[in-house]
Design a protein around this ligand. Structure first.
Ligand SMILES: [Mg+2]
Length: 275
């Protein structure tokens, strides 16, 4: 052994099992597609522009604001929650308000315009490990659904080439039509389970947002799988995730449909990276 080197024992954890669900529900932004980043920058551009005109003393929109107030929430709910956190109250307005109008809906519409501009310019990237898992499940005859609080889900999945990858899709438009509450209410997940024809206890939920993990837990889904994209493993776990992984390549689904996670400790930090 060269001088200065030492032997390091890497603990090898046995794979842990998390049930054998008959169906899976995947959150879209941040689990299937890399759009959480696009949403975050569209929110930042919208809110920073608004705050600069409203009250220049306000600090800029941050990653913490994104996670705490808008991630996973319906668009206008996210606007209202963020503004409330800054002590700003605007009239709700109407979904027909011009983007940038001084209302909750106007700001939400401005964010959507910014999001769609980035989508058109840059396209959308899917997470390869998620696509692999979805294909694997479907090949085994396991039903899969894609769920999103966003009204842009069809555009996002289409831009990623995944328009036919799921048996069931539930998006913000469906939610609005059917009067389904946003996460952390489990309504849109329950709708997906209903459309899959399965009780929630037989369906896995995969989520990257605290509000989504909470919704999965409240809805009685099993297992609830947290995907830690932003170093928030502890938060996802405290929201009720049965297991938190940094990427879905950490999950194995056997021919018996049993889900096994390799390398993620039940109460320790999520495994980060591949080493
Ligand atoms: Mg998400």
């Amino acid at each position: 052994m060269p001088a200065g080197c030492k032997t390091v024992t890497v603990p090898q954890e046995a794979p842990r099992s998390f049930g054998a669900p008959d169906g899976w529900v995947f959150d879209t932004d941040g689990v299937i597609t890399r759009t959480a980043e696009v949403h975050r920058s569209a929110w930042a551009a919208t809110f920073d522009g608004f705050l600069a005109g409203e009250d220049p003393a306000q600090r800029p929109f941050s990653d913490e604001d994104y996670l705490a107030h808008v991630d996973g929430r319906p668009r206008y709910d996210g606007v209202a929650a963020f503004l409330t956190s800054r002590g700003i109250h605007l009239p709700t307005g109407s979904p027909d308000d011009a983007p940038g109008a001084r209302t909750v809906c106007g700001l939400g519409n401005a964010k959507n315009r910014a999001f769609m501009a980035v989508l058109a310019r840059d396209g959308v990237e899917a997470y390869p490990s998620t696509v692999d898992l979805v294909r694997h499940l479907r090949a085994m005859g396991v039903a899969v659904a894609a769920v999103s609080a966003s009204r842009n889900q069809a555009a996002v999945l289409g831009a990623a080439g995944l328009e036919d990858a799921f048996d069931v899709r539930v998006d913000g438009l469906t939610a609005e039509r059917r009067g389904l509450a946003g996460k952390p209410d489990p309504a849109i997940f329950l709708e997906a389970a209903h459309l899959l024809g399965l009780p929630p206890g037989r369906v896995a939920v995969v989520e990257d947002a605290r509000s989504g993990v909470e919704a999965g837990r409240r809805g009685g889904f099993a297992p609830v799988i947290g995907v830690d994209r932003h170093g928030q493993a502890a938060e996802l776990r405290s929201a009720g995730a049965d297991v938190v992984v940094d990427d879905l390549s950490r999950l194995e689904v056997g021919a018996d449909r049993w889900v096994r996670a390799v390398g993620a400790a039940p109460s320790g930090p999520a495994v980060q990276g591949a080493s």
